[in-house]
Design a protein around this ligand. Structure first.
Ligand code: F3S
Ligand code: F3S
Ligand code: ZN
Length: 110
């Protein structure tokens, strides 16, 4: 199952992490939600593959720990989503379609 491209409509912001929103539901440790808005990573789908960290030309992603999550114990966090240049490499390389990038979605800098 891929990330829901309409998560903004179907989910609510339940938390903040680093400088980005977290879209629920969140029920740690097994349900972590979607991190980010312009660059969104579904932590419940991410398997910690790392291709996004390797390939993003502007280093949007950083590892964050997710102990006891059923898919992986590290996740690619869009810590620098405001730097994204919409190259879409991350969307293409993720083997489990955990990432959605939409140039029309705001880069939140609250
Ligand atoms: Fe990087 Fe993905 Fe944006 S590879 S530049 S976060 S579209
Ligand atoms: Fe996770 Fe996909 Fe990146 S599995 S680490 S979001 S390439
Ligand atoms: Zn995060």
């Amino acid at each position: 199952m891929a990330i829901d491209p309409h998560f903004e409509r179907n989910r609510d912001v339940v938390d903040r992490h680093e400088a980005h929103d977290v879209w629920g539901p969140v029920d740690e440790p097994e349900t972590l939600g979607i991190h980010g808005t312009h660059v969104a990573v579904d932590f419940d789908i991410c398997i910690g593959d790392g291709a996004c960290l390797e390939d993003c030309p502007v280093d949007v992603f950083e590892w964050t720990d997710s102990p006891d999550h059923p898919e992986s114990e590290i996740k690619a966090d869009p810590a620098n989503e405001s730097q994204c240049i919409d190259c879409m490499l991350c969307v293409d390389v993720c083997p489990v379609d955990a990432i959605d990038v939409d140039p029309g979605r705001s880069k939140r800098t609250r």
